[in-house]
Each structure stands twice: as structure tokens, then as C-alpha cells.
Design a protein around this ligand. Structure first.
Ligand code: CMP
Length: 139
């Protein structure tokens, strides 16, 4: 099991608002190394597969529509304690609860359009990384 990597996605709102640079700068300044990176767009079906774990939740349909509404940036990041440290850096899911200095405090617009995703466990980091990247795309 990989324990020093996490997966992230810069979401459609942040990409269309031209915050790729600002968010990436915060990620690198916090000590993460970018191991893989891809600007791409999810179909509604692929967005549904990525968020399959939330299929029973009332926000699932809206989430699929939103996550397929524009380009996203998928990245794999490396750092000691990557999953937990990255969750700290992005802040609470709802930006209303995000602490000062976090990515969501600075860039998130709403609970849904919350600028960035971060894996919640080492296991999901590996699953989510493999969803977007082959081994040969990871450095
Ligand atoms: P993320 O961390 O990517 O995981 C699931 C996403 O669903 C979440 O960020 C939000 O963008 C979105 N979402 C919308 N409504 C909710 C909700 N009520 N609770 C949690 N996540 C939500």
C-alpha cells in the first residue's frame, strides 16, 4: 500500500475561474511534489463512476452534472503523510467551515462547487489515482 501519495482534482469552477495556478502554487508551497498531472474533462458517466461511493446520497445527480460541466485537473501528489496533510491544506468540504489559509477558504464557492477534491484514505488515493493515470504517467 502506498502511504505517501494522495490524489486531487481541481474542480470545474476553479478551472473556469482560472485558479489552476493559484491552487497549484499553494499545493507546492505546502511541500507536495506533483507526481502526475492532467487537464481533462469527465463525461457524466465517468463522473458518476468516480463518485460511485456517493450514489445513494441526495446530491449525487447534481454532483455528476457539476463535475462533468467543464475541465478538471487531476493530479497525484507525494509527501510524507500525504492524505492527512492534504485534507488539512484543502479545508472543510463546506467552505463556510473551512479555516483561514486553506484552499477551499480561498477558492471554493459553495458546498458543491468547492474548488478541489482530496482523497480521504490511502486506499481511495490509490483507487482514484488509477482511475486517471496509468503507471507510466506517474513520476
Ligand atoms: P468532495 O470532497 O469532492 O466529495 C464529494 C463532493 O460532493 C463534495 O466534495 C462536494 O463537492 C459535493 N457535495 C455536494 N453536496 C454535498 C453534501 N451535502 N455533503 C458532502 N458533499 C457534498
Amino acid at each position: 500500500m502506498i502511504t505517501n501519495r494522495t490524489f486531487t482534482m481541481i474542480k470545474p469552477d476553479a478551472v473556469s475561474d482560472r485558479h489552476i495556478g493559484g491552487i497549484t502554487q499553494m499545493i507546492e508551497a505546502a511541500g507536495f511534489r506533483i507526481v502526475a498531472s492532467k487537464l481533462t474533462k469527465l463525461s457524466e458517466e465517468r463522473a458518476g463512476q468516480f463518485y460511485e461511493v456517493h450514489a445513494a446520497r441526495p446530491f449525487y445527480n447534481d454532483l455528476k452534472t457539476y463535475m462533468s460541466s467543464g475541465a478538471i485537473v487531476a493530479m497525484i501528489l507525494e509527501k510524507d503523510n500525504a492524505v492527512a496533510d492534504f485534507r488539512k491544506l484543502i479545508g472543510a468540504t463546506n467552505p463556510a467551515n473551512a479555516e483561514d489559509g486553506t484552499i477551499r477558504k480561498k477558492y471554493a464557492k459553495s458546498l458543491e462547487a468547492n474548488a478541489i477534491h482530496g482523497s480521504d484514505s490511502d486506499e481511495n488515493a490509490a483507487i482514484e489515482s488509477n482511475f486517471f493515470f496509468s503507471r507510466t504517467e506517474q513520476f
